[in-house]
Design a protein around this ligand. Sequence first.
Ligand code: IMP
Length: 195
Amino acid sequence: MNMKICFATQNVNKVNEIQALLGNQFELVSLTDLGHTEELAETTGTFEGNSQQKALFVYQKYGINCFADDSGLEVAALNGEPGVNSAFYAGEAKNYAANNALLLKNLAGQNNRHAQFRTCITLVWNGEVQQFNGIVKGTILTEQRGTNGFGYDPLFVPNGYEKTFAEMSKEEKNKISHRALAVQQLIVWLQQQAQ
Ligand code: IMP
């Protein structure tokens, strides 16, 4: 059995990573494979809403089962910011240095450093919507440590660990990350459909 499913992302690395975990019962196709080159709209203001908006758009436009993700960092003392604005917190999209600098500035003198990374994956399977949430809780340091990973990784220490995400190997981070936890649930669900 070989079921095609679209992962609504432009990020080929994410597609390859999940394809390897899914095995060959499923054939993942990317937006590029579908010939879709524009960015998908993410305008709902929540991770649940944005991932659903993207997955439903592709399902309706291309008629293929589809899932999409949306992730970000939620900081308790900042009322959940940067949240859905994580990629462009400081303005320009994915300027990680500026985003980290702004986060440190906004937390200056703040003792409550609790934060969590969250991923929501929405799957649209034969028109039915399923959602999977992955959360990893931790704290925000007062200065950056480590050079691996991306985004807020150099500032985030997951609970129960000493190292930041940016000081962990890819393998270490991928065992405990918000994205990994959401993907694991998605995979269990999909593999049940294939039985
Ligand atoms: P996306 O939805 O996976 O594209 O993530 C949106 C933004 O959230 C990224 O541009 C990062 O700023 C932040 N983010 C999401 N996941 C991570 C992570 O694992 N480490 C660090 N930053 C992340």
